[in-house]
Design a protein around this ligand. Structure first.
Ligand SMILES: Nc1ncnc2c1ncn2[C@@H]1O[C@H](COP(=O)(O)OP(=O)(O)OP(=O)(O)O)[C@@H](O)[C@H]1O
Ligand SMILES: [Mg+2]
Length: 410
């Protein structure tokens, strides 16, 4: 683990098992933070410029831990509020922690730290963060069309965004439509959002320079709170999507979002395989018929290995379309030499929701939505808040009664 230091007494925290990079200038801090294996930045506070720099870093590198070390001399409640509002964690080397907590400054994470304790506190905060904010960067793929990838991505995205709204004001979910070759069945179309900006606007973004304010203007937002990056509207734009550019788009999105769900379609283009190589998780879809199983088999045996796509990060999923002569799950697993990680039922409310033109997916109460939400909760692990059906509907009733306005997450 590496730590970038700026404006800090470095002698305080040496020999604590962390590699330190001392940056002497603001520009240097920002470029060092982009380096491999960096866990965060530790900023000393001398004047308001240091806070601005830390806030800037927190905005650019949302996936890193940005800490501001403030001493008693610089104490001011306004400063703490500002830091927290900008996503910077405050630590202090003095007696401030308890005073601050008592003063209702909005400081939740101020810790009393001295010297080498800074590192322990850092690791502590880092593990707490990991615990409460599980991250997901995953792509849905298949070797055949119409097996339910886009439906899954849209449903999972809406479910995650809704859940996130209930437990955290900072957890952000984005769905990216990188199914580049198709005009119908796009995510924007399914969720009825205007494709006023598309992935084409992202081909030249620099992941290390993109600020949230700029990122959000290049996205559209669904009423559930889900952020969406629609597919290009014009096939002539496809040439722009080289493997390198597609990777940079995902990297940029991963910096600003806690969950990035990518709809990939079923093509075999280079840029698409680059995504499969890059993401830590692949949701691979199949329906229980022979032709699909055959195509999937050759993907698992030949295509994936020969394109450096790790088969062990593929999660095999069964969309249980009832096709005449459908294969039995066990047999498919036998052919593929892979076990299904889950399955989703055929559910008429999926199509009903799609045709209702309201831009909604099948929601709570529908067997498909329930199966998808259970599966996502499983993928996310124990830190993911599973909201009981009862309490969710109670809360939403309460909110609709009092006309709660949706909070703009920024
Ligand atoms: N579990 C399900 N129950 C009922 N209908 C479903 C289910 N899953 C998918 N569908 C329907 O099947 C059709 C194809 O689904 P979808 O568009 O999600 O597939 P896809 O894999 O994204 O296809 P493509 O490869 O063409 O993009 C859609 O009309 C969708 O509503
Ligand atoms: Mg699709």
């Amino acid at each position: 683990m590496k730590l970038v230091l700026y404006g800090m007494e470095t002698t305080n925290i040496t020999n604590a098992g962390m590699e330190e990079i001392v940056a002497q200038s603001p520009a240097r801090v920002l470029s060092e933070l982009a380096g491999e294996g960096v866990a965060g930045g530790l900023f000393g506070y001398r004047d308001v410029k240091d806070l601005e720099l830390a806030a800037n870093a927190a905005d650019l590198y949302r996936d890193l831990l940005i800490l501001l070390v403030v001493s008693q001399d610089h104490y001011s409640p306004g400063l703490y509020r500002q830091a927290i509002a900008s996503g910077v964690e405050v630590v202090t080397t003095s007696e401030l922690a308890s005073r601050l907590s008592a003063m209702n400054t909005g400081v939740k994470k101020a810790e009393r730290v001295e010297g080498a304790e800074i590192v322990r506190t850092l690791e502590d905060i880092a593990s707490r963060e990991r615990h409460t904010l599980s991250k997901l960067v995953a792509a849905a793929y298949s070797r055949d069309g119409g097996v339910g990838k886009s439906t899954f991505v849209a449903t999972a995205g809406v479910y995650m965004a809704r859940t996130a709204e209930n437990f955290s004001s900072v957890y952000k979910v984005v769905v990216v439509d990188l199914d580049l070759e198709k005009e119908q069945g796009s995510i924007a179309e399914m969720l009825c959002v205007p494709a006023r900006t598309t992935v084409s606007a992202w081909v030249d973004v620099d992941p290390d320079r993109l600020k949230w304010e700029d990122a959000r203007s290049l996205l559209v937002k669904h009423k559930s709170g889900l952020w969406i990056l629609p597919a290009p509207q014009n096939t002539s734009e496809l040439l722009n999507f080289t493997p390198e550019k597609v990777e940079r788009i995902i990297k940029a999105l991963s910096r600003h979002f806690d969950a990035v769900l990518i709809d990939l379609g079923y093509g075999v283009a280079d840029s698409l395989f680059a995504v499969l190589r890059y993401v830590p998780d692949i949701f691979f879809f199949i329906t229980p018929d022979k032709a699909k199983v055959k195509n999937a088999t050759s993907f698992f045996r030949d295509t994936a290995p020969s394109n450096d796509i790790e088969v062990r990060k593929i999660r095999l999923l069964l969309n249980e379309f009832n096709i005449p002569g459908a294969l039995v799950k066990k047999h498919i697993e036998g052919f593929l030499g892979q076990k299904f990680t889950d399955q989703f039922p055929v559910d008429p409310s999926v199509l009903k929701a799609l045709n209702a033109a309201g831009g909604d997916v099948a929601g709570p109460g529908s067997p498909y939505y329930e199966a998808v939400s259970r599966y996502i909760a499983k993928v996310m692990g124990p830190a993911w808040p599973v909201i009981e059906k009862e309490s969710r509907s109670f809360i939403s009733r309460l909110f609709s009664t009092f006309g709660r306005r949706r909070k703009e997450v920024s």
